[in-house]
Design a protein around this ligand. Structure first.
Ligand SMILES: Nc1ncnc2c1ncn2[C@@H]1O[C@H](COP(=O)(O)OP(=O)(O)OP(=O)(O)O)[C@@H](O)[C@H]1O
Length: 540
């Protein structure tokens, strides 16, 4: 889709340029720019133009003074003997960086012809956004959203020639209301600078808008939902930024902006949450009843603490948790195992939709589980973040049409501490703990059950008997709900993260027990199996 087609008869552009003080033969053929030195030391570099963000003219005299600032001047091609290509390179740990190379030629006509050819090629990459609607949340995380936009986002988008309609959100649901009422004429992408809550607002509004435009009743849990017309980008500016981290493999801001600029997108599953009568919400990362629901509800009161509010509320709610009685029914899936992989990386085979298999659904069966739970989770993506780099459910896939239902039974505080250690561990998962159960599912329901013991203790405190849902970081009420996965309903601007085969040979890391327990930081020297669980290397 969207890439200029090429065949063997395509003309090859060929010329000699000075590149990094060396005389080089430069070719352009089938979307790839190649330069190789004409004399020793020999170099040959291949640059696919789909990695190029922008190209601009330069005078050689301007080169030394050139910084990352954009040169705002009128272009007069007949005067220039150099042009600079700004392109994306991948550095360690999935981070993308902007690099540049300048090519110089004595004849301005040659330079102008190359700039024109390259610009035309980039213009034909139709999957790249030309005009973005961008929401900036100045309130989330450490309240740095606006600064991030001015310093890290605006200059990069301008360099890529992307027109941006910016909305600084003034109140909760501002982004939601804007999307429902806004005309999308000429807009080919929506993005946000914010955390998971801001992105959830954007995703919910886009799905509702697409359904409304097609006259679909979103209160019907079985209604098929249309895909929103535009892809979505997320630039970390919140407290945990789980979705950005899971998609890109890092919460680095420049990486997130470059994923949007390059325009390639990946399909993300979205889950719908309904009660008996109506739609409650859509979510993209995790829905959690019990402990994390309680933390979400209580931490809102302490927002003035910034991200530390989760530490404080998390500790209090571990001590307070007496478990919640519930009945869960699960429509399981025979997709891959949630316990031992494979993991979801770039070009993931599990997420690839096999067009030839038609609409046929894999065999599945319903099962019912009753009990008292510390928490019940419907996990749609691995939920990796800086403090838990493998995520809550490391083998969960972003676009396989399934979620992982993780049931954590009510247990002792020591066991809860073991659980939290596992969540932040790079080498082990929580799934071998005896009080943890995981099911890969297409749908599930949860019915909160009255608790006779607690009712006797305090009949007037219904809040003590049921919890709330933490739905992508927002509180949702409901004691009888149904969750369904909508396969790849949203396209997210992300090429996904690459699989990293090996960790450094010997390293010290500090385990941070989720965001919840900073008071229990354990310096741990690790020198065992250097491969990540589920990496292709460790499975072979
Ligand atoms: N100007 C504003 N004033 C108050 N609330 C706002 C404003 N703009 C947006 N919001 C709301 O702020 C909420 C929290 O934002 P966000 O999720 O981005 O940050 P966070 O909760 O700190 O991060 P994370 O969700 O990653 O933990 C969102 O639900 C959004 O609706």
């Amino acid at each position: 889709m969207g890439e200029p087609s090429g065949n063997d008869c395509d003309p090859v552009l060929l010329n000699s340029f000075i590149v990094k003080k060396q005389r080089c033969r430069v070719y352009f053929h089938r979307g790839v720019l190649i330069w190789e030195s004409e004399a020793a030391p020999y170099i040959k570099v291949k640059l696919p133009l789909k990695h190029v963000v922008g190209v601009e003219y330069e005078h050689p005299s301007e080169l030394s003074a050139f910084t990352n600032e954009i040169i705002c001047q009128e272009e007069r091609p007949e005067e220039y003997t150099s042009f600079t290509l700004h392109y994306v390179t991948q550095s360690k740990r999935s981070k993308l960086r902007l690099s540049k190379v300048t090519l110089t030629h004595a004849d301005p006509i040659q330079v102008a012809s190359w700039v024109k050819t390259i610009r035309n090629y980039i213009k034909e990459l139709t999957y790249r956004p030309r005009c973005l609607l961008l929401f900036v949340n100045p309130y989330g995380g450490k309240k740095r959203g606006q600064k991030i936009y001015e310093k890290n986002v605006k200059p990069l988008l301008a360099r890529a020639g992307i027109e941006t309609k910016v909305v600084i959100t003034q109140y909760r649901n501002h982004a939601h209301e804007t999307i429902l009422s806004q005309s999308f004429d000429g807009i080919d992408g929506v993005a946000c600078v914010g955390g998971d809550g801001t992105l959830a607002e954007v995703l919910n509004a886009l799905v509702l808008r697409a359904a409304k435009d097609k006259g679909i009743d979103t209160d019907d849990p079985h209604a098929e939902l249309p895909q929103p017309s535009v892809p979505v980008g997320v630039i970390p500016g919140g407290s945990t930024d789980t979705i950005a981290y899971t998609l890109h493999g890092t919460n680095d801001i420049q990486t997130a902006v470059l994923h949007i600029i390059l325009g390639e997108s990946s399909g993300l599953d979205i889950c719908s949450v309904h009660n008996e009568n109506s739609l409650l919400r859509y979510y993209a990362s995790m829905l959690s009843y019990g402990y994390l629901g309680d933390v979400c509800k209580s931490s809102e009161k302490f927002r003035w603490m910034g991200p530390k509010r989760y530490d404080y509320s998390g500790f209090r709610k571990i001590l307070a948790n007496r478990g919640y009685r519930s009945e869960i029914t699960i429509l399981s899936s025979d997709s891959n195992s949630p316990i031992d992989g494979p993991r979801c990386y770039r070009d993931c085979g599990t997420c690839k939709i096999d067009e030839s298999s038609g609409e046929e659904k894999p065999a599945a069966d319903w099962k019912t589980i009753k009990g008292r739970f510390f928490m019940v989770n419907g996990v749609n993506i691995s939920c990796a973040c800086a403090k838990a780099p493998n995520g809550f459910s490391p083998y969960c896939h972003i676009g396989d049409g399934c979620l992982d239902v993780i049931l954590i039974k009510h247990t002792s505080i020591i066991n809860i501490l073991r659980l939290l250690l596992r969540v932040s561990s790079k080498s082990r998962t929580m799934f071998d703990l005896p009080f943890v159960e995981v099911h890969r599912a297409q749908e599930f329901t949860l019915q909160a059950m009255p608790d006779p013991k607690l009712e006797l203790l305090d009949p007037d405190a219904p809040d003590a008997r049921t919890s709330v849902w933490n739905c992508d970081g927002e509180v949702v009420q409901g004691t009888n709900i149904k969750i369904r996965v909508r396969r790849q309903l949203i396209r997210m601007f992300s090429q996904r993260m690459e699989e990293e085969e090996h960790e450094p040979s010997c390293f010290v890391w500090t385990i941070e027990l989720l965001p919840q327990l900073p008071w229990l930081r354990v310096g741990l020297k690790y020198s065992g199996d250097k491969r990540r669980p589920g990496s292709r290397a460790s499975r072979s």
